[in-house]
Design a protein around this ligand. Structure first.
Ligand code: NDP
Length: 335
């Protein structure tokens, strides 16, 4: 058993993207599990845009990461020592492991979820984990997806978006349109993931393109981006259209919030609804979503892709990829 736990702590709050001053690599002793705890060797970190929001000194749905604290992050690890019957050596667990090599699993808020044996850890961190849950409950509960809906999703080639589009189709949407950056991602959406159309946001003219692709309007817009793209979707809502506010990645690096979408008034004209959510609120219902997703995976109707960055010290670069659009699918760091 190694004696040193390498870990990345928040050294300075970033303005914009992370740079070399944001993180500090530290060496600490590998923690000893107390009674009721297990020692977990971290294998994969889930790199999520929300980590960037936790680095700001601003109120959110979780407190900011403190200066000098290990960067908060979900991830998958292997139990390597245990003083808790719930965790057995060799088990793979998912939990808030942090950007470090070793973490402690315990009870309550420190609890980690044991993964079924034989489960692909990359599927567990992606479509069968928080990403898949976000897509499923965002579509079904918040978006109230019904068969025949015309669905549009932004950041459509990313982790959440790529699952949203495929799930919407599998659950009966009549037409699924993805918005993504660049021709390669757009081709990937249509050719590989079965989207009906893709719109390249780097070209501009998004509102016009949405009108061309959804002339009768958008029934369900799943928003991962905010800003101009949200505004363009609002301009194209169908009657009783629903806007699911999942994320606003275009604003996460901004020091001051951008102005709100002026086209919100179309919610009045179209009798629409716009609602946000945090996936943690659905935690006790994850098995429901997994029961839908597992067969779709088995039938090959739901594909998942991971963009794997090697090594703990690559975590900051991996997080930045989400903002430059340098990823297709779920960004993970492999330790
Ligand atoms: P993704 O894998 O989708 O990566 C982010 C993508 O966002 C990039 O690949 C890029 O794609 C796109 N993007 C970044 N900046 C911009 C911009 N300025 N304009 C347009 N597109 C941009 O990340 P996730 O799937 O992990 O997260 C997607 C969203 O879902 C985030 O907003 C996240 O915060 C949110 N989320 C919310 C949850 C909740 O509980 N509400 C839970 C999990 C995620 P491209 O190259 O196409 O521009």
């Amino acid at each position: 058993m190694p004696e040193t736990n390498h870990r990345l702590v928040l050294a300075r709050r970033p303005t914009g993207l992370l740079d070399e001053s944001t993180l500090r690599l530290e060496s600490a002793p590998v923690p000893e599990p107390a009674e009721g705890q297990a020692l977990v060797a971290v294998r994969y970190l889930s790199i999520d845009p929300t980590i960037r929001t936790w680095m700001n000194d601003a109120p959110g749905y979780l407190p900011p990461i403190g200066i000098g604290e290990v960067v908060r992050s979900g991830g998958i690890g292997e139990v390597v020592a245990s003083r808790n019957d719930r965790y057995r050596e060799g088990d793979l667990v998912f939990g808030m492991v942090g950007w470090q090599e070793y973490a402690l699993a315990g009870e309550g808020a420190a609890g980690m979820q044991t993964l079924p044996s034989g489960l692909d850890p990359l599927a567990a961190i992606n479509v069968l984990g928080v990403t898949g849950m976000t897509a499923y409950f965002g579509l079904t509960e918040v978006g109230r997806l019904v068969a025949g809906d015309v669905v549009v999703v932004s950041a459509a080639a990313g982790a959440t978006g790529s699952t949203v589009g495929q799930l919407a189709k599998a659950l009966g949407a009549s037409r699924v349109i993805g918005i993504a950056g660049g021709p390669d991602k757009c081709a990937y959406l249509v050719d590989e993931l079965g989207y009906d159309a893709a719109i390249d946001h780097s070209i501009g003219g998004i509102a016009r393109r949405l009108h061309e692709e959804a002339p009768a309007g958008i029934d369900l817009y799943f928003d991962n981006v905010g800003g101009e793209i949200l505004n363009a979707a609002l301009a194209n809502l169908a009657m009783h259209g629903r806007v699911v506010l999942c994320g606003a990645i275009s604003a996460y690096n901004e020091a001051t919030p951008p102005p709100g979408p002026s086209n919100y008034v179309n919610l009045i004209v179209r009798r629409g609804r716009m609602e946000g959510f945090i996936i943690l609120d659905f935690a006790d219902r994850y098995p429901e979503a997994q029961a839908t997703i597992v067969p779709l995976l088995a039938e090959g109707r739901l594909k998942h892709t991971e963009h794997v960055v090697e090594g703990l010290t690559g975590a900051g670069t991996a997080l930045n990829l989400l903002f430059s659009g340098g990823n297709v699918g779920k960004v993970v760091v492999a330790l």
